[in-house]
Design a protein around this ligand. Structure first.
Ligand code: NFE
Length: 476
């Protein structure tokens, strides 16, 4: 007998994700035997951008999400600059990195304490940590300490947001990322304020966040064996540390395919998007993102998600902190639920440390704008990293107007549905084989899902007013 458990929406993520897990017996153990991830909403920002001025893209695409807007601003200015041949000055590059870095820190801290900790730790019985499935929770003095750090984690996150606002003007949606440069200057006062906040955050990351992740890992070692995923890892790379921006990245882009010990170069031309199982017209199947189209078709036979299925060399790839840290050799302990948490925390520390160096490299009152031809014709891609993984924007400009725009977000890579070959997405694959004690409350599956830190606001975008959260079980 198999049980189909439908979790809709998955809570403690951003946006709306439905996950169906079929729970059956395999090898004498009750476990997930099949899984389907559904992005239940349509995003459509690509359509919104058509016909607009190229300088609108960083402003509008940041509205895709309040958690990772800076990455969208970054990808948008990179794409516009590539399309037009603009080069931002060194201080603009550094200010962009610092503001994006601040956004990474707030996102990683948010994820562990607000979105994931309740899977492992008994938390205060109040919003936003309650209600939560409260079974299969272990207890120890160290886990109690994790719970007691929630408020200080929120304070740390607020500091990271303030850091973002020091140079970003405001958060979450900064208005200082413009093609050709940046609009805020590195004044002595801003540099000093940013440095003070960064020091406080680094202390929190070193003394609280990393030990708390270690405490969860020590209490739940079995989760180093659960949720491996597809074993293919992809990073575009991020944080340009020279003015060419391709050779020297803090986290360069590489891929690992089939063999985790072999790291290969990344080639943009090998990306395709499939939509056999997505609510888009089949005629657009298998296109490169620069030629991609957003033509919805709903309902559609065999489709079950508003997410398309991005594939690299026609295979599904996991993106995110574990992928970034793995392909760069910074973290290669394993591929699992806990490895995702550990790699995310270690990346947080690495980025914060690098930010201190970048701050020292700023020229006080330095030049932040290098010029931009806002009437140019051309096309370009902005490939960078968001906290949740590889993020790409592709733009085609006609006399400064956006003729075509495509976005592939990290959650599209991770939570994608089956592709034209029927290959499940990374999260679907990671769920299969997860042992489940109680099919009515599959907290084990939730731990796998949360380890990817899905954001459906980025992947899709719309609301269903009046719909209540739903958990359905059907037995066959
Ligand atoms: Ni809404 Fe986002 C990140 C992007 S995830 S959080 O990180 O891009 O798809």
């Amino acid at each position: 007998m198999a049980t189909l458990t439908i979790m809709d929406p998955i809570t403690r993520i951003e946006g709306h994700l439905k996950v169906e897990v079929e729970i059956g017996s395999s090898g004498g153990q009750q476990q997930v035997v099949d899984a389907r991830c559904t992005g239940t909403l349509f995003r459509g920002f690509e359509t919104v951008l058509q016909g607009r001025d190229s300088k609108d893209a960083p402003v509008i695409t940041q509205r895709i999400c309040g958690v990772c807007p800076i990455s969208h601003g970054m990808a948008a200015v990179m794409a516009a600059e590539k399309a037009t041949g603009a080069t931002p000055p060194a201080d603009a590059r550094i200010l962009r990195n610092l503001t994006l870095g601040a956004n990474f820190l707030q996102s990683h801290i948010l994820h562990f304490y607000v979105l994931a900790a309740a899977d492992f730790v008994t938390l205060p019985q109040q919003s936003p940590w309650s209600p939560a499935w409260d079974h299969d929770l272990k207890s120890s003095a160290e886990l109690t300490a994790v719970g007691s750090h929630l408020v200080s984690a929120l304070e740390a996150r607020a500091k990271a947001h303030e850091m973002g606002a020091v140079f970003g003007g405001k958060m979450p949606h900064s208005h200082t990322y413009i093609p050709g440069g940046f609009t805020a200057t590195p004044t002595a006062q801003r540099i000093a304020r940013f440095g003070t906040l960064l020091n406080e955050l680094r202390a929190f990351i070193d003394q609280v966040y990393l030990p708390d992740v270690a405490a969860v890992a020590a209490a739940y070692p079995e989760y180093f064996q659960i949720g491996a995923g597809v074993g293919n890892l992809l990073a575009y790379g991020v944080f340009e540390q020279d003015d060419q921006g391709v050779e020297k990245l803090l986290m360069p882009g590489y891929v690992v395919k089939n063999d985790p010990q072999r790291v290969n170069t990344f080639q943009e031309k090998d990306i395709r998007e499939y939509l056999t199982h997505s609510w888009y017209k089949n005629q657009d199947d298998g296109l490169a993102p620069a030629a991609g189209r957003t033509t919805p078709e709903y309902p559609k036979t065999d489709a079950y998600s508003w997410l398309k299925s991005p594939r690299y060399q026609d295979q599904p790839f996991e993106v995110g902190p574990l992928a970034r840290m793995w392909v760069n050799g910074d973290y290669q302990n394993g591929l699992s639920v806990l490895d995702r948490h550990a790699a995310r925390a270690q990346e947080c520390q690495k980025v914060a440390e690098a930010m201190a160096t970048w701050l020292d490299e700023l020229t006080q009152d330095g030049r932040v704008y290098g010029g931009y031809n806002s009437r140019a014709t051309g096309s370009g891609s902005g490939l960078t990293e968001a906290p949740r993984g590889a993020l790409g924007h592709w733009v085609t400009l006609n006399a400064g107007q956006i003729a075509a725009y495509q976005i592939i977000t990290p959650t599209c890579w991770n939570a994608s549905p089956r592709d034209a070959q029927g290959q499940p997405g990374p999260l679907e694959t990671a769920l299969i084989g997860t042992p489940v004690a109680d099919p009515d409350r599959p907290v084990e599956a939730l731990r796998v899902i949360h380890s990817f830190d899905p954001c459906l606001s980025c992947a899709v975008h719309l609301m269903r007013p009046g719909k209540k959260p739903l958990v359905v079980h059907t037995r066959s």
